[in-house]
Design a protein around this ligand. Sequence first.
Ligand code: ADP
Ligand code: MG
Ligand code: ZN
Length: 483
Amino acid sequence: MVKDKKVEYEPVIGLEIHAELKTKTKMFCACKNDPDERHPNVNICPICTGQPGTLPVINREAVAHVIKTGLALKSKIPEITKWDRKNYFYPDLPKGYQISQYDKPICLGGELDKIKITRVHLEEDTGRLVHFGHIGHSLVDFNRAGVPLMELVTEPDFTSGEEASAFAQELQLILRYLGVSDADMEKGQMRVEANLSLKPIGAKELGTKVEVKNLNSFKAVRDAIDFEIKRQTKILERDEKIVQQTYGWNESKGETVLQRTKEESHDYRYFPEPDLPPMITNTELVKEIEAGLPELPSGKRKRFKSEYGLADNQINILVNNKKLAGFFENVASELQELEEGDRKKIVVLSANYILGDFLGLLNEASAEVDDTRITAEDFAELIGLVHRGAITTSTAKEVLKEMWATGKDPSNIIDEKNLGQVQDVGELEKAASKIISENQTAAADYKKGKEASLQFLIGQVMRETRGKANPETISGILKKLLR
Ligand code: ADP
Ligand code: MG
Ligand code: ZN
């Protein structure tokens, strides 16, 4: 008999992602949907606290948000969708069931970055338990009960923690671009669950999966999956079996912890919600939503490349910060009248300043683009001045700081502070001659071919003119004098 070769395994991962939708009111009642409410049990009513005799009313805005998300992800929007009750007992669930969608979700199929999407459906969030260990009991806050919650399920298409985390990040960005959710993971507005199994490399049949819940950062998504791959590999290599179970993620220990044996869907006794009729999709509404879809991150990345020729790392920073990207585009459009060749150059220059000095100022002040007093128009003016050589780059930094502090426009600042670049060639030649005579050795070295000596001389002339001269002009003058 041939001795068994060691079996190699590959991971199979699918994600379930919940996102709290940004709507004026809750899913089935008129209570305010306010994730920032600090006082408990303020936004509640008989419907979202599950009082007998109340009836749910569907929130149109929430349905539209889910359709919008589906369209952005190339899902199909079926003509008929329906609501189902998912029954379970927990103190944060006042009705004893959650209204969700079981077999007829609002969106079917779809794709994002080569990952297939199974479905996107709508349900309601639960309340929140607050535990007071020191007084020995827990309290419940129902402000979140009944908040519209969207759930997206992917096919088991991921093969690593990194891939899954990148997908979740892109989805977060898309939800923000669409304006359907703030999807802040720290605030629990977006919650990721990973399903993971291993199978022998190349095998068709999937292995038994484990679900990991409570992943509340992208890092946790990546680390928990990578940990679970290792844990399951060890079990299989010992010839033991994986048990279908639900785990949580212990961030500080960096390991998954068993929570409970996984429930099957029959444990929830799903049945059609008797208080809500099935929904017939309004095709006009779908068309309207589709026509109004904003540019998505992937489209913006492509356009920033083709239209402005920015570098990939610059594009990523801008696209991840929609407001900054908007500011950049406003500056670029201010620079529209320039000649084609010049325009490309100057737009790249403006991106450099926005992602360098400007972003630096924003970060230093922990401010957002909206908070600045600098207008796109003034910013474009500043970039124009640098481009034409009217001010040096070091002056530009100074002017920008002043613009940030005072909101004044660049030409005013330059006049007030007498920062304009020395343009008088005669004056520059005089300074250059003086520097050459004071630095005979460097001048001789340059003549012998030492490039560094020229740089040194340029620096000396810059100092002499107190940084107000353009180094390229000085270089030209020095070369002429040293010929
Ligand atoms: P459940 O009913 O337990 O929630 P689903 O079939 O609805 O299971 O799948 C939930 C998620 O688990 C989906 O993202 C799916 O892609 C993923 N999944 C299903 N089977 C497996 C498996 N064997 N290994 C890894 N992921 C899986
Ligand atoms: Mg599940
Ligand atoms: Zn309510």
